[in-house]
Write a protein that binds this ligand. Structure first.
Ligand code: ZN
Length: 220
């Protein structure tokens, strides 16, 4: 399965919940890149330089990472939830080739309107130590000190209004066409991302299961 959606739609949270529910690995290309940068691998050094300069990591590198990860035993045996890839139609084409023997079951579009994610991202705060999420509406219990680890809770450097707008524009331009691309190929399940995390998870599981049942018995 692939998870699509604007930044701030709650993709990360929902991917973690769905990966527990279906007992499949959650593959976040963003987490993989950040880990590679931290560990200082060849890939991490290359990707780190690009990201520090504000550039996207090029398709060939991303495709290589995903192909390698999807070839490991846990995903070949259980399946997976892919988060952060594909971001472009070109990447979706490459993914279709990588998965030609085991095509995607579903592509979930976690839909939250642009003005809503703008507001969510602008009020988002994170712990600078453990990355726990907070917001202006849901702050830590005592000041801006993390409930989990006592770390300082701050606004992410890339959560300025300008940077948020830039990322959302990039999404409209590059990633939104993917939704039409997957709809054409009859893979798409749309999920309304408004409401509590529990409500959204329930909604997504219902939609995904319905879709898989239909796939399993095409006559009904
Ligand atoms: Zn913390």
């Amino acid at each position: 399965m692939v998870m699509l959606g604007r930044q701030g739609a709650g993709k990360g949270t929902q991917c973690v919940r769905l990966s527990r529910h279906y007992v499949v690995p959650h593959i976040s290309t963003g987490d993989m890149l950040r880990a590679a940068v931290r560990e200082g691998t060849d890939l991490g050094r290359k990707a780190g330089e690009l990201m520090a300069a504000g550039n996207l990591v090029p398709d060939d590198i991303m495709i290589g990472i995903v192909e390698d990860r999807l070839g490991r035993d846990d995903t070949t045996q259980r399946g997976y939830i892919l988060d952060g890839f594909p971001r472009t139609v070109g990447q979706a084409d490459a993914l279709a080739q990588i998965t030609v023997d085991r095509p995607l079951d579903v592509v979930v579009d976690l839909d939250v309107a642009k003005d809503v994610v703008l507001e969510r991202l602008a009020s988002r705060r994170v712990c600078s130590d453990c990355q726990a999420n907070y917001s202006l509406d849901k702050p830590p219990k005592y000041g801006w000190v993390c409930d989990n680890c006592g770390g300082e809770v701050v606004q992410r450097a890339d959560d300025t209004p300008e940077a948020i707008q830039k990322r959302l524009d990039l999404y409209e331009r590059e990633t939104a066409p993917l939704i039409a691309w997957y709809a054409d190929r009859d893979r798409l399940v749309a999920g309304d991302g408004l409401g509590s995390a529990d409500e959204v998870t329930k909604r997504l599981i219902t939609a995904i299961d319905l879709r898989r049942r239909r796939e399993a018995s095409p006559s009904s």
